[in-house]
Design a protein around this ligand. Structure first.
Ligand SMILES: [Mn+2]
Length: 324
């Protein structure tokens, strides 16, 4: 994927010795995979690299090479260059934002739509299926090889963000990239199992709770909710909800699926999935963001209040879209 931004970033990397790499809070496979692949590439170029995410990467990605090197703290040294991956807004770096911005040159590599650009160089490609695909573009620009471990990390990101080549961002380019990464040593069956299928018992128990909470509250708006109690009683980690909402979107008649997840007492993380309907606008109205059909925000209040506000906003927005 040739791009003038990739060339500028490659030049910035060429001129740097100490590089601070960061990816977004609550990191997903694209964030972790992109971070690990780029870290490995930069190490091979003889750079000193610090890789961090505001929250620890999920343990289920521990099989990816370098996973243990990811920390939640900024580097103890002054970086020459800081690169953010998969971050739709500086706020997604949470506590790492300030040290990130303190670097003399800052770079943002991302594929989210409608993001607030930050950094001296931003390479934002909303047409790219995953940030992982931009990291491959950068590898080509830098002339570094996609080793089997880099290919595995990047393939994990690619399949996570395309839902295993099922989402609307599944394009010829995404499939070609998948093929290239498999040729470079990624094991598709094993990686699909690691990213999508394997899960601990508490996650299965939590899904049971989410299923029993399902409520078709308005025409085509299906809401699931998980309280702090549900997490405490099942022993499930926050990441146990990964992929859950996508299954709820597939329930017949659903236009929008909503998952309300209580992060702290009275603080609800709201995930939205639209079946061909824009949900990013509603998420943005509540101070969140994301992709057109997959977005999220955080709302404070009790469950009923939060549910009502989200559902009202969604039904208003659905009416507008139906009329338009
Ligand atoms: Mn991504």
């Amino acid at each position: 994927m040739p791009s003038s931004e990739a060339a500028r970033i490659a030049r910035a990397i060429g001129g740097a010795d100490r590089i601070f790499l960061a990816a977004h809070e609550d990191p997903d496979a694209d964030a972790v995979g992109s971070l690990l692949a780029l870290r490995s590439m930069l190490l091979s170029l003889g750079k000193r690299v610090h890789a961090a995410t505001p929250d620890p990467p999920p343990g289920r990605f521990a099989f990816l090479e370098g996973h243990a090197a990811i920390v939640t703290t900024p580097p103890a040294w002054e970086a020459d260059l800081a690169i953010a991956l998969d971050c739709d807004g500086i706020q997604r770096l949470a506590g790492l934002a300030e040290p990130f911005l303190a670097a003399p040159i800052t770079v943002n590599i991302d594929h989210h739509r409608g993001i607030e650009p930050f950094g001296d160089i931003h390479w934002i490609a909303p047409g790219a299926a995953a940030t992982a695909s931009l990291v491959v573009g950068l590898a080509d620009e830098l002339g570094v090889r996609i080793t089997p471990s880099r290919a595995s990390a990047l393939y994990a990101g690619l399949i996570a963000d395309t839902g295993g080549f099922r989402f609307t961002n599944t394009s010829p380019a995404a499939l070609r990239l998948g093929a290239r990464l498999i040729e470079a040593g990624a094991d598709p069956a094993e990686l699909a199992r690691r990213v999508f299928t394997i899960r601990p018992l508490p996650a299965a128990l939590l899904e049971g709770r989410a299923l029993s909470s399902l409520d078709m509250v308005a025409d085509g708006v299906l809401v699931a909710s998980l309280s702090r109690n549900d997490f405490a009683q099942t022993g499930a980690l926050p990441e146990a909800t990964d992929g859950l909402i996508d299954r709820f979107r597939d329930v017949l008649g659903v236009r929008v699926a909503v998952l309300l997840k209580e992060a702290e007492a009275g603080v609800w993380e709201v995930s939205l999935r639209g079946n061909g309907l824009d949900v990013a606008t509603v998420a943005t109205d509540f101070g969140g963001g994301g992709h057109t059909f997959a977005a999220g925000c955080t709302i404070e209040g009790d469950l009923d209040g939060v549910k009502q506000r989200v559902v009202r906003a969604l039904t208003d927005s659905l009416e507008d879209e139906t009329r338009a």
